[in-house]
Design a binder for this molecule. Structure first.
Ligand code: IMP
Ligand code: MG
Length: 187
């Protein structure tokens, strides 16, 4: 039986093996960089970061905690970030004085991460860094300091491996390019 995503898939951009190899590398690199840190907290940005977080945390070899922050751009169904971001669900942990690493799925305009960085920085962590699975640098309108990048990608709308297409298909093990002609105009 078809899983239903096929008609929306133009091409596979990053296959499962390539994703896993790169996430493993990131896990090893981050573990080396935080080898002397005994108070590391990974903050996953929901919902898109959850699949990346689940793999990254299992490739890491330094002790760490995880927490979740859900944010959204105002409105629904838009492919473009409108620059207005809000917290839908806040952290359960205090981060003051702690070493924080934000785990994000993709950085596009940068509005979402600018908001998240400002909110978290105001809580006075000991350090605040960012790992993103994907980066679309040509789309950036707000400058974001990124510490770790999995893949730089072109200006294409992608889904799978945590990223949704109208809230579905986050479970795909690969990142695919959306066939825009397959979508209704408001998605
Ligand atoms: P930004 O605020 O424009 O940087 O957008 C960041 C957020 O938009 C990400 O956290 C994603 O949830 C979403 N996003 C950006 N590009 C894509 C994409 O190609 N596919 C799915 N979601 C995306
Ligand atoms: Mg999204």
């Amino acid at each position: 039986m078809s899983a239903g995503y096929e008609k929306f898939l133009q091409e596979i951009l990053i296959d499962e093996q390539t994703l896993q190899a790169r996430v493993k590398e990131l896990g090893q690199q981050i573990s080396a960089d935080y080898a002397d840190c005994d108070d590391l907290l990974l903050i996953c940005i929901l919902k898109g970061g959850v699949v990346f977080l689940a793999d990254l945390t299992r490739y890491m070899t330094v002790p760490h905690e995880i927490d979740f922050l859900a944010v959204s751009s105002y409105g629904k169904g838009a492919r473009e970030s409108r620059g207005h971001v809000r917290i839908d669900m806040d952290l359960t942990e205090e981060i003051t004085g702690r070493h924080v690493l934000i785990v994000e799925d993709i950085i596009d305009s940068g509005h979402t991460l600018r908001f998240v960085l400002d909110v978290l920085q105001a809580r006075d962590p000991a350090s605040l860094r960012l790992v993103t699975l994907m980066d679309k640098p040509v789309r950036r309108t707000v400058d974001i300091p990124i510490d770790y990048v999995g893949f730089e990608i072109e200006n294409k709308f992608v889904f799978g491996y945590g990223l949704d297409l109208d809230e579905k298909f986050r479970n795909l093990p690969f990142v695919g390019v959306v066939n825009l002609e397959s979508l209704p105009e408001d998605v």
